[in-house]
Design a protein around this ligand. Structure first.
Ligand SMILES: Nc1ncnc2c1ncn2[C@@H]1O[C@H](COP(=O)(O)OP(=O)(O)OP(=O)(O)O)[C@@H](O)[C@H]1O
Ligand SMILES: [Mg+2]
Length: 512
């Protein structure tokens, strides 16, 4: 019987198999690693990303770069996922994780070319990873300096020149708050990053609602109200029948008296700062001003909640609920302006809440400072929680690489070759740090090998002048979790990529 060909896939479906699939996948992974390679380390460069609408981001942050570039290759997307996981788990080390993953795959490609089966390679990699995670304990440092951790994370970013100020703010903010999410960040143009500060609460972008209101108050008592301060609007349309012109005057006079009473009820309860989530009637504003009350209208819900938390005030819905206990207190309030941005500054609330004001001359700059701040605050909180750190500058990677290579020599056969490949791949971190600093990678790696074989396990790349140096003396530290997570995701993802021997892609819907 003559067999008819059987089609099990839709027309237009493409398929890549065996070595072609593997080498295409590896090429994609290498390309992603290549894209961020030059940004690694203190001397790393920045990238300028322009989207379809022409918006520009200038950044050094691995996760941001990879998130912004529009990538369609499925394996490249897997590598980008490494950066995302790294960012979520430990806030930093995204570039390193991607570089290691690309390098592991590159080294394994050579093994595939020598006809070593991917399954064998994967087994070797997995054994190697277990060894590395155990060995990492030898490099642990328990004497933790949060300030240095923050500074290491800020090195090489736009924030570098201001890292003393920003690191201080970072450590202060993390110490003040239980959750990183509770740190509110406010950005203002003008000034320099060195003018950034940490304050209890800000209401930004709001001017006091009447020019005759006070601009600063000591020991203010704050009332928070989330409904309109004005005449009650009836739900249904009502007609009022007037038979005599004096009635209209009486009606208006009554309304005015009501509004005045409304303003006075705040005064009676000793509130002298009123934050209203809705609008305030002009007449109420006028009476507030006469009574020396500083009032802001249309305050956002998040700002209202932040002030409530910091001052102990309750947000009320009706002026009738206004009592002394609903009020919150601060030490001081002041209406200031930064450039053309009016800001109400409230300091010394009874509960600590933290707002960080980041400043800089341009939007791009302030945004990059914010990303650096996020990384640094993240690693500080990780280091504080885990209380274990490592020396940076590629020292741990170099040390681990040496021990794994040694260990692999005891492993018989082809799995050992995969372990050696993994060991070699780890060197990509110190090597790239050296390359990006304009140093000769061969000389630097030789110096580093020498130091580590002499037992100097905290020696990394001296990016200023070259040669190996004890990173503890430079104060370059990173949380252990950053390196551990980078190793895990790089190796696991490499394994996942190597195990693929068939790529079946459906026809893209929007393609003709
Ligand atoms: N002064 C320094 N000398 C040598 N190496 C340093 C110094 N400061 C930081 N490093 C090293 O630079 C590397 C971090 O670089 P970078 O912050 O650019 O990348 P990342 O942390 O991997 O990714 P990202 O910050 O983009 O998420 C770490 O290996 C760190 O130890
Ligand atoms: Mg970093």
């Amino acid at each position: 019987m003559q067999g008819q060909p059987v089609f099990i896939m839709q027309q237009g479906t493409t398929q890549e198999q065996g070595k072609t699939a593997q080498s295409n996948n590896i090429a994609a992974a290498k390309a992603v690693a290549q894209a961020v390679r030059t940004t690694l380390g203190p001397m790393g460069m920045d990238k300028m990303l322009v989207d379809e609408s022409g918006d520009v981001i200038i950044t050094n942050d691995g996760a941001t770069i990879l998130e912004e570039i529009d990538i369609s290759h499925p394996t490249a997307k897997m590598i980008i996922q490494i950066a995302k996981t790294q960012e979520q788990e430990c806030y930093d080390g995204t570039t390193s994780a991607v570089i290691v993953a690309g390098e592991v795959l590159k080294k394994c490609e050579a093994l595939i070319d020598q006809n070593i089966h991917p399954t064998t390679i994967c087994r070797g990699l997995r054994k190697g990873l277990v060894y590395l995670i155990k060995k990492l304990e030898d490099y642990e440092i328990h004497d933790i300096d949060l300030d240095k951790i923050a500074k290491t994370a800020l090195t090489g970013k736009s924030a570098d020149s201001f890292k003393d100020v920003i690191a201080d703010i970072c450590v202060g903010a993390v110490m003040n708050t239980e959750n990183l999410e509770d740190i509110r960040i406010t950005k203002a143009l003008g000034g320099s990053a060195a003018d950034s500060e940490i304050i209890v609460v800000f209401i930004i972008d709001k001017e006091r609602s009447h020019p005759a209101m006070p601009t600063s108050l000591r020991k203010p008592l704050v009332a928070l109200i989330d409904s309109t301060l004005g005449v009650k609007q009836t739900e249904i349309d009502a007609n009022i029948q007037i038979t005599d012109p004096t009635q209209i005057e009486a009606f208006l006079a009554k309304e005015e008296a009501e509004l005045q009473a409304m303003a006075e009820s705040f005064h009676k309860n000793k509130a002298n700062v009123v934050l209203c989530q809705r609008e305030i009637d002009d007449l109420v504003k006028y009476h507030f001003a006469k009574l020396g009350i500083l009032a802001l209208e249309k305050v956002t819900k998040t700002d209202m909640e932040a002030v409530a938390m910091a001052s102990g005030a309750t947000i009320i819905n009706n002026v009738k609920d206004l009592t002394g206990t609903a009020l919150g207190s601060f030490d001081h309030t002041e209406q200031i302006s930064l450039g053309d941005l009016p800001i109400l500054k409230l300091t010394g609330g009874k509960n600590e809440a933290t707002t960080v004001l980041l400043r800089g001359p341009t939007t791009h700059f302030v945004e990059e400072i914010e990303r650096a701040f996020d990384d640094a605050a993240g690693v500080v909180s990780v280091a504080q929680r885990d209380s274990v750190i490592l020396a940076g500058g590629g020292s741990t990677y170099a040390g681990l690489s040496g021990s794994l290579a040694n260990h692999a020599s005891q492993e018989a056969g082809r799995q050992g070759m995969a372990m050696v490949a993994l060991a070699d791949a780890l060197e990509s971190i110190p090597r790239t740090l050296a390359e990006n600093a304009g140093l000769d990678p061969v000389d630097e790696m030789m110096a580093l090998h020498k130091a580590h074989s002499d037992g100097k396990k905290y020696h990394g790349i001296n990016i200023e002048v070259g040669g190996a140096i004890d990173m503890r003396s430079l104060g370059v530290f990173e949380p252990k979790r950053v390196v551990e997570q980078a190793l895990k995701s790089a190796v696991e993802t490499a394994i996942m990529v190597l195990r693929i021997d068939d790529i079946i892609s459906s026809k893209q819907k929007n393609q003709g």
